[in-house]
Design a protein around this ligand. Sequence first.
Ligand code: SF4
Length: 218
Amino acid sequence: MSDFTWSYSSLKEYQNCPKKYYELRIVKNYVFQDTPQTIYGKEVHKALEDYVRSNTELAKNYERYKGLVDNLIAIPGDKYCEYEMALTKEKTPCGFEDGNRWVRGVCDLLIVDGDTAFVVDYKTGSNRYPDPKQLRLMALMSFAHFPQVNKVKAGLLFLAHNQFIPEEYKREDIDKSWGHFLGPLTRLDHSYNSNTWRANPTPLCGYCPVKSCEFNKT
Ligand code: SF4
C-alpha cells in the first residue's frame, strides 16, 4: 500500500468524493469551512468532555443531555474522554503524532472495565442515516491499545433524539472487522498509485468548498 495515513472521516470523505479528498487533503487548495452545525457539534463535545472528566457544570442549553451522560458516567471502569488512538501499518499501537502512524481516531468516551470496553460516539446531528462503521474502527483500535479487552460494547448516542444505537465487537472477530475497511482502502491506494481522483457529484455539491469543480454551481 502507498504511504498514506487515514482516519474514519478521511476515508469517508474519499468514498463520498475522491476529487474533494484530493483537493482538501492532498493539494490543499481549499480548507474545510466550519458550519453552524459543526461549530455546535464541537461545543457540545467539549461541554460533555469537561462534564465527564471534571464534573464541570453543563451550560444551560446543554443541561438536557445531563441524564444521558450521567448514565454513561455510572458505568464502572476507567474513563477516557476524547481519547486519541493510533496504529501503525502493522496494526500495533503508536502515538497519535507518531511518524509511523497509519490510522488514527479520537474516541469521544472510552470506558475500560476489565475485559470489556465501552465506546461512545456523541452525535449532535440527524439520526436519519446512522453510520456505525466508525464504531468498528474505534473498537479495533481499542483492542490494540488495551490488550486485556476482549469485548467492546459501542454505540452512537444521538443526543437531541435521546437515542442510543448499540453495536458489539469481539476480539476474536478482529481480522473479519478489518476486512470491512479493505475495499475502500484498496481503492484509496489505487488512487494514490495512479493519481486519479474522480469527481462524484451529488445534490450536496453546492455545499462543497471545491469551488473550481465543474459540478459546483454556487
Ligand atoms: S463539487 Fe461535488 S463532485 Fe466536485 S469535488 Fe465537491 S463534492 Fe466532489
